[in-house]
Design a protein around this ligand. Sequence first.
Ligand code: GDP
Ligand code: IMO
Ligand code: MG
Length: 420
Amino acid sequence: MVDVILGLQWGDEGKGKIVDYFAPRYDIIARFQGGPNAGHTLYVEGKKMVLHQIPSGIFHQNTVNVIGNGVVLDPVTLKRECDAVSAFGIDVKKNLFISERTNIIVPTHRALDKASELSKGDSKIGSTLKGIGPAYMDKTGRNALRVGDLLHKNFTSQYIKLRLKHQKLLDNFHFIEDISAWEEEFFEALEFLKTLNVVNCEYFINNQISAGKKVLAEGAQGSMLDIDFGTFPFVTSSNTISAGVCTGLGVSPKQINEVMGVTKAYCTRVGGGPFPTELEDATGEELRKIGSEFGATTGRPRRCGWIDLVALKYACMLNGVTQVIMTKADVLDAFDELKVCTAYSINGKETREVPFQMSGIKIDPVLEAFKGWNLDTTQIREASVLPATMKTYIDFINNYIGAPVTYVSNGPGRDQIVHI
Ligand code: GDP
Ligand code: IMO
Ligand code: MG
């Protein structure tokens, strides 16, 4: 049985905190897509930790953490993260398993990411520059190096062949960067990677499922960044939706049980691309300030706006969401009035559907106003004491998207969550 936790917006919904909260109920936590573009924040023993490659169950001693085949893996980031996690007394050699089919991000992928973004000028994606796009291109282009290749003698010659190919592409971009320092770190990190548990992940996970173990698949990014269904081309390069769990771990669709979608009580986006409910005013600034909306991976300020129910309902449909977890409700504590987007107005016509093309056109959000609760909710742990105005806000969202909000998160801490 596999349950899923994934993002329903443009990423940074608080997936890390929620996975960490649910982890004790599962035997295995598995990342199925994305790479070090992800930044999942958790608080462990009061200390802030941001995970990019390792699943968010790693701080639970009895939980197995898996990096699946659908992930792109930067060995340098992984090594750094393993060192940081080990400082908490976690034995990554016992608790972490990596698929031999996981694709490796090489230093030239990062250089290519930079070169490609530079060449796009004003229409750049706003990539995290971690080499994600080029790494997935090498996967679909059937050129990639995979973790299992490390155990073969000709890995270095395969690497050199790939680097030469990348060099030609970089030359075409007229992009020059000295990657020798990166390469040195990269090869050191590969030696470390070889000491970890590299497994045939599809058999590993399916055997565990057959033995009655419970798996939680952890998504990265968000549904609106999905390569097929997101705001293309302002998306990431993997399938972030629940369908990605099957291809990213090697489990059948029949194994998928609960799909828990995480959404903020409002909305953010980092990087370029359409964002119909964006607030480029004092209210947006306040959301950013109160919500500390700065990227966990790049530190960039996140763009902020009201919750977009058109996009949220679309994401629920694509993922087969069975429950919604609403995070950062406490960020709205200080607002007198809240707004939600119930439709898009495009060229004077209203629609409740996400259109094919969202960039390059003007989308005006149709907004409905709600009374704020003006109350510090961060200490609340019981649904019965949540303010009535918050319940009205949540009920409206429930009804619109057709999926129940089952948890409200009211602070970054592990215990700051209310089951409703
Ligand atoms: P992820 O990528 O989906 O895991 O989310 P990030 O870690 O990038 O961003 C979420 C941010 O919000 C982190 O700084 C979390 O510590 C914080 N956070 C998560 N849940 C809550 C919440 O309910 N309230 C507040 N105030 N912060 C939260
Ligand atoms: P988590 O898992 C928010 C955004 C980037 C950029 C676009 C493409 O923490 O929610 P990429 O580096 O993938 O080529 O960038 O996607 N992006 C994210 N935004 N949270 C993330 O991950 C993201 N990962 C990528 O900002 O706009
Ligand atoms: Mg994040």
